[in-house]
Ligand binder design. Structure first.
Ligand SMILES: [Zn+2]
Length: 215
């Protein structure tokens, strides 16, 4: 067996660090898992399945192809002195737990207090996906999102809250449907200044405009 080593957090995952299997090997692995589940990969309904699974993996795990630092590289300094908190919440994501490869489905909320630079808000959403589309544990993903924003934007502080349901827990094992896990990482003023922390948490708790507009 070859051990697959991936680089950690912010370094880009270059292809020569990983012994990537061929597509044919990946297809065979899916056929093996179908047999392991107790079915026959050669029956008609399953013939195209390995191909679909391998292509789905390309989407679910596309985060390995992206450099998180690069996502935030384009920043804006022309902000007319804007120095209040920026909060983007309810970013839905799909990830996969690294212990069972079962889906983790949830929402990420990100806030930061700009020092000089701000970033386009779509980049924050992309950053969440870059880390979500990897094998993850929620605690690590939460820290990675916060630490990357902290390193690249050098803001006065960052707050990240992630809430998610883990299908390895809600559909099997302890089998607790409806349970969700909340994790958070606060840095800088979000950690040290109680009023900043309060402002962030209050922003997450307030009804979203889409809710009030649709009422
Ligand atoms: Zn799990």
């Amino acid at each position: 067996m070859t051990s697959v080593k991936r680089a950690s957090v912010s370094s880009i995952l270059s292809s020569d660090e990983i012994a990537r299997p061929s597509v044919e090997e990946a297809l065979d692995a899916v056929r093996t898992l179908i047999r392991w589940a107790g079915d026959n990969p050669d029956r008609e309904g399953l013939l195209e399945t390995p191909d679909r699974v391998v292509r789905a993996y390309g989407e679910w795990f596309s985060g390995y192809e992206e450099d998180p630092a690069q996502v935030l590289s384009k920043t804006f300094e022309e902000t007319n002195g804007y120095d209040e908190m920026v909060v983007l919440r309810n970013m839905r994501f799909t990830s996969f737990c690294e212990h069972h490869m079962a889906p983790i489905i949830g929402k990420a909320h990100v806030g930061y207090l700009p020092a000089r630079r701000v970033v386009g808000i779509s980049k924050l959403a992309r950053l969440v996906d870059v880390y979500a589309r990897r094998l993850q544990i929620q605690e690590k993903m939460t820290a990675q999102i916060a630490d990357t924003i902290s390193e690249i934007l050098e803001p006065k502080g960052v707050g990240v809250v992630v809430e998610a349901a883990h299908q390895c827990m809600t559909t099997r094992g302890v089998d607790k449907p409806g349970s969700t896990l909340t994790t958070s990482r606060m840095t800088g003023a979000f950690r040290t200044d109680p009023s900043t922390r309060r402002e962030f948490l209050a922003a997450l708790a307030s009804p979203s405009p889409s809710q009030s507009f649709s009422a």
